[in-house]
Design a protein around this ligand. Structure first.
Ligand code: NAD
Length: 275
């Protein structure tokens, strides 16, 4: 039958994700917070996550709930620790009674040439940016399959599609995340579950702001020149993308319009990867 009823049949509504529950890893700042806000404004219950203290995350959740009129909880969990990753998924599912939308966003960066790149930094970048997405996905899939609905969004990067020097661990992790996205999509396509990667170019967030001095050192440039000659050099629209744009795309993927989009890597990069 071609026109089977689908759980994404919510008609155009101001809150198209009402009744859905989401977990966004690494969501107390930057892109993760932007995605959490967008999902909440679309009506979803949202669990914020970071590895920080419960009281700080709880205060942020309270503030976001007030702003969006949605249910927001805070689930602490260090995404570099496999057991804490699994516990965070179970806790979000326990609190909401379901988990429909999983956004693997937590990520860190380290910029240094390979020959001096610290081993521990390699391990940490891979653990947070790649391994955690495997563990959250593995923990979330049984419930999603039972309910016949799921939307997994992996925040990869333009660096999941192309490379830049001095970012070996990050580029490897983000390429790997696109591979994981494709396998997840293939394994879940018949269960009403979609899995896609969003690949932002540069978005103005603390992660980017923090790497400007590191890039300046690695390239031997001033910080101002790093913005012009390194960060935005390859981004044809010469603008940073915004966290709201990434949030809006995530809402689209979780809503009715995203039902048949799966296994993709979607660049949000002002044309960078069109080169
Ligand atoms: P950010 O530094 O503002 O936010 C990172 C988030 O991850 C924070 O909420 C932080 O608390 C969380 N985090 C870090 N380590 C964690 C850990 N061990 N456990 C749990 N949470 C942890 O960075 P951002 O720019 O918002 O980046 C978010 C994601 O977007 C990352 O995966 C990043 O690689 C990706 N990305 C960012 C850009 C950009 O230009 N900003 C571009 C492409 C992809």
């Amino acid at each position: 039958m071609l026109d089977q009823p689908h759980d994404r049949t919510a008609t155009a509504s101001l809150r198209p994700l009402a009744g859905k529950a989401a977990l966004v890893t690494g969501s107390t700042s930057g892109i993760g917070l932007g995605i959490a806000r967008a999902l909440a404004l679309a009506g979803a219950d949202v669990a914020l996550n970071a590895r920080g203290m419960v009281c700080e995350g709880g205060a942020m959740a309270k503030e976001l709930a007030k702003e969006t009129q949605a249910r927001i909880d805070y689930v602490a969990g260090d995404m570099s620790d496999r057991n804490q990753v699994k516990a965070a998924v179970s806790e979000a599912e326990r609190r909401f009674g379901r988990l429909d939308i999983l956004v693997n966003n937590a990520g860190i960066q380290h910029v240094e040439p390979i020959d001096t790149f610290p081993d521990e930094k390699w391990d940490l970048v891979l653990a947070i940016n790649l391994n955690s997405a495997f563990h959250t996905t593995k923990a979330a899939l049984p419930g999603m399959k039972r309910r016949g609905f799921g939307c997994i969004v992996n925040i990869s990067s333009a660096h999941g599609l192309i490379a830049s020097p001095f970012k070996s661990a990050y580029v490897a992790a983000k390429h790997g995340l696109i591979g994981l996205t494709k396998v997840t999509a293939l394994e879940t396509a018949e269960h009403g579950i979609t899995c896609n990667a969003i690949c932002p170019g540069y978005v103005w967030t603390p992660l980017v702001q923090k790497q400007i001095p590191e890039q300046a050192k690695a390239h031997g440039l001033s910080e101002e020149d790093v913005i012009k000659k390194v960060l935005l050099k390859e981004q044809p629209n010469r603008k940073f993308a915004t966290v709201d744009e990434i949030g809006a795309l995530t809402v689209f993927l979780a809503g009715p319009g995203g039902a048949s989009i799966t296994g993709t890597a979607l660049p949000v990069d002002g044309g960078w990867t069109a080169h």
